[in-house]
Design a protein around this ligand. Structure first.
Ligand SMILES: NC(=O)c1ccc[n+]([C@@H]2O[C@H](COP(=O)([O-])OP(=O)(O)OC[C@H]3O[C@@H](n4cnc5c(N)ncnc54)[C@H](OP(=O)(O)O)[C@@H]3O)[C@@H](O)[C@H]2O)c1
Length: 263
């Protein structure tokens, strides 16, 4: 059996950890990248199969990305699946944005993802039917109040997917944008939220393993874009053609006391 080699960023928790578990169960060799080394070590110890790799790395630091990818190349020789999953949220009204947190969000969610793609390209060229799955969000096609910085970073991820899938088509590297909706992870608990904007209603949140199953399915049958909640997909479409109607539908959907613009 040919063993596929994958790199999962943000593997220390949530969707990334679930994806690493599923890929290992399916026989992949997995590189686990994140900042919290002890969590990666613990996950690596419990993964099925052999030859997995722990790559402690802060994606906001270009030199750390380069050195992690060098280690990956030495160990794996090439890469068949890159899952750009790492990301951080930031809940704040625009008036209260802290410039250093703003930079951190874009450094991790956008610059880090671009540098990971750039650095991984030589490895993907040595891969077999190589696939990239970028984790965006339903808010990458429709901004929501109280999360302007995060939404803008995810809009950038969706845009990068559009550029890259055409740029890399001649390389035969498939690039997929996967946009989950609410997923039950520590994501909302760990993000900065200085004025304690209310948590979203997580009662219908997906399990991280459900999102992981979509990552695996995209590796097997790549699609340019996959949005995991149809209502959000159509809200994104509506926002482009009838923004006032979309605003009214959005405020009903997100709760939190926001109101639609009157003019
Ligand atoms: N949960 C949701 O409702 C939801 C919905 C739509 C999209 N998403 C997206 O799904 C992805 C995974 O989120 P999640 O829900 O699984 O959240 P999570 O449990 O908070 O996981 C985030 C992961 O990103 C890693 N990370 C953050 N900053 C990093 C950095 N500077 N360098 C390296 N790794 C970094 C974290 O690891 P360390 O802290 O160890 O570095 C962690 O492993 C994110 O891109 C998120 O935007 C989530």
């Amino acid at each position: 059996m040919v063993v596929r080699r994958a790199l999962v960023t943000g593997a220390s928790s949530g969707i990334g950890a679930a994806t690493a578990r599923l890929l290992a169960t399916e026989g992949y060799r997995v590189g686990l990248l994140a900042r919290r080394r002890e969590r990666l070590d613990a996950l690596c110890a419990e993964l099925e199969g052999e030859g997995h790799l722990v790559l402690p790395c802060d994606l906001t630091q270009a030199e750390e990305i380069a050195s992690a990818l060098l280690k990956l190349e030495e160990a794996f020789g090439g890469l068949d699946l890159l899952v750009n999953n790492a990301g951080m949220g930031y809940r704040a009204r625009v008036e209260e944005l802290d410039p250093s947190l703003l930079e951190q969000v874009f450094a991790a969610n956008v610059r880090g993802l671009l540098l990971a793609c750039q650095g991984a390209l030589p490895l993907l060229r040595k891969g077999v039917s190589p696939v990239v799955v970028n984790l965006s969000s339903v808010v990458g096609r429709r901004g929501v109040p109280g999360q302007a910085a995060y939404c803008a970073s995810k809009a950038a991820v969706t845009s990068i997917g559009e550029s890259l899938r055409v740029e890399w088509s001649e390389e035969e590297i498939a690039v997929c944008t996967l946009s989950p909706a609410l997923t039950a992870t520590g994501f909302f608990g760990s993000q900065p939220n200085p004025s304690e904007l209310p948590d979203p209603d997580m009662s219908h949140a997906a399990a991280p393993a459900e999102v992981a199953a979509h990552v695996l399915a995209l590796d097997r049958a790549p699609k340019p874009e996959l949005t995991l909640r149809k209502k959000w997909h159509w809200l994104g479409v509506l926002s482009a053609i009838a923004p006032r109607v979309a605003d009214r539908l959005l405020v009903k959907r997100v709760g939190g006391g926001w109101s639609a613009p009157k003019r």
